[in-house]
Design a protein around this ligand. Structure first.
Ligand SMILES: Nc1nc2[nH]c(O)nc2c(=O)[nH]1
Length: 446
């Protein structure tokens, strides 16, 4: 692989230990890692990428998604509902998916993430209708070229047993555990620089049993993989937990082995002070999904309190049926705005929002090798052209990324390989994928 020398950026935002921002700096990518950062770097054989007029950041990290939902954006019956009603509208549509729907929708979602600066994404695939398998999404990510953390999700408690999903969408728990073992053994790569790490992710307390939560935790520890689920997303979720289990979600998670640095929970909008303390003590991570929380009317997650307590927090776009976009810089902006609505104008700075979108997400996903531009870290780099209309007149180009734009990257490198060039994805034919996606959406609409 040829060296890449990114030259003369207006600012390189390193997110290194000193959070250094280097004016007029270069970044050298070699063999999939950052080889050097600083001014005046020279390497005769390198491909030079001029970055004048640009801000260079680590690639953004997405800690929560349901890629399959890009096929059900803005569905009329689900546009104005709270979480449970929204899910009940969408489950019957998702039940008609199969392998092609999973593959194409994942490519659309990942292309959208790439164009908005994301180099590492997790995905929570918790339903497997029509023969769909986790590898449908793994194949999609490999073609797009993003670093990928797919999670083998699951639902096992259908309506007839007091769960939320229809019985037709749930799986037998023995079969779920068997498939979890299969996908970890086949696809999980624990090495530094890994392009694919698999996690285990029973969907939510209202769609799986306590037994499955406990068994999944034991299996994850045995295999050395991470655990992920939805937790404390809204008031309905808390009410369900109290009525069904007699405890709040934090206690439920702790009792079943779902705390620790190898666990991250999506949403956590309704964590109380005791639960925040539990997460901080145990280094349990949180995927904060501000746009989805607004769209579903779930509330404002206590991110300021979580960060102050020391809870690892990353950002997630969440599924595209509840956002309905997949733009992480948009999430960074929304995170900042929501904390300010809740706590005042100094509750979160643009730089902190950018830190959560990069370094914070990498920590949540257990990726000490990502989220920073520093020698030895993986070569995941986003180049943002701030010379256009969106940031014109900005006095502080780093803050401008979050406060005004641009919302799309000019270039994106993952593991030192180009995924976006001049604002276009270069790894797949996005036009063809979008055409197929729209045909599949039309078929689902009937
Ligand atoms: N935002 C979302 N929350 C969820 N809970 C659950 O069980 N599924 C979902 C989901 O798809 N999105």
């Amino acid at each position: 692989m040829r060296d890449i020398l990114i030259k003369q950026a207006d600012v390189v935002v390193t997110m290194d230990a000193g959070r250094r921002e280097l004016a007029g700096a270069d970044v050298l990518l070699r063999g999939g890692v950052v080889a050097a950062v600083g001014a005046g770097l020279e390497t005769p054989e390198a491909e030079v990428v001029l970055a004048r007029g640009c801000v260079v950041t680590p690639g953004l990290v997405n800690t929560h998604h349901h890629l399959y939902q890009t096929l059900t954006r803005a569905v009329p019956g689900g546009q104005d509902a709270l979480l449970f009603g929204w899910l009940k509208t969408l489950y019957p549509i998702w039940a008609r998916f199969g392998p092609e729907e999973m593959f194409i929708s994942a490519q659309v979602g990942l292309a959208e993430l790439a164009l908005t600066g994301c180099s590492l994404s997790s995905d929570h695939l918790y339903l497997y209708p029509g023969g769909a398998r986790l590898e449908d999404t793994i194949a999609a990510a490999a073609e797009v070229g993003l670093r990928f953390h797919p999670t083998r999700g699951a639902m096992s408690i259908g309506e007839s047993e007091g769960g939320l999903p229809p019985d037709a969408l749930v799986e037998r728990e023995a079969a779920i555990l068997e498939d979890m073992i299969r996908v970890v053994d086949a696809f999980h790569d624990p090495r530094e620089g890994s392009m694919c790490r698999v996690g285990l992710a029973p969907c939510s307390p209202f769609s799986v049993s306590r037994d499955l939560m406990r068994e999944a935790a034991l299996l994850a520890r045995d295999k050395g993989v991470m655990l992920h689920t939805h937790l404390a997303e809204n008031a309905e979720d808390i009410a369900y937990s109290l009525a069904k289990f007699g405890v709040r979600p934090g206690q439920y998670a702790e009792d079943l082995g779902w705390t620790g640095p190898d666990v991250w929970h999506a949403h956590c909008v309704k964590l109380d002070a005791g639960e925040i303390d539990l997460f901080a003590r145990t280094r349990t991570g949180v995927a904060h999904c501000p746009c989805s929380n607004c769209r579903l009317g779930s509330g404002i997650a206590p991110v300021r309190a979580m960060r102050d307590a020391g809870v690892p927090v990353g950002l997630g776009v969440d599924g595209s049926a509840s956002n309905d976009a997949g733009n992480l810089v948009g999430e960074a902006r929304q995170a900042l705005l929501l904390q300010r609505v809740a706590r005042g104008a100094d509750a979160m700075s643009a730089r902190e929002a950018l830190e959560i979108a990069t370094l914070g997400g990498a920590e949540v996903l257990g990726r000490g090798d990502c989220g920073q531009l520093a020698p030895g870290k993986r070569a995941d780099v986003a180049i943002w052209d701030v010379s256009g209309v969106a940031a014109a007149g900005a006095w502080d180009p780093v803050a401008a990324l979050v406060l005004c734009g641009p919302g799309r990257v000019r270039d994106l490198f993952v593991e030192g390989r180009r995924v976006v060039a001049a604002g276009e994805v270069v790894t797949i034919d996005v036009g063809r994928v979008v055409e197929r996606q729209n045909a599949l959406a039309r078929k689902l609409r009937g």
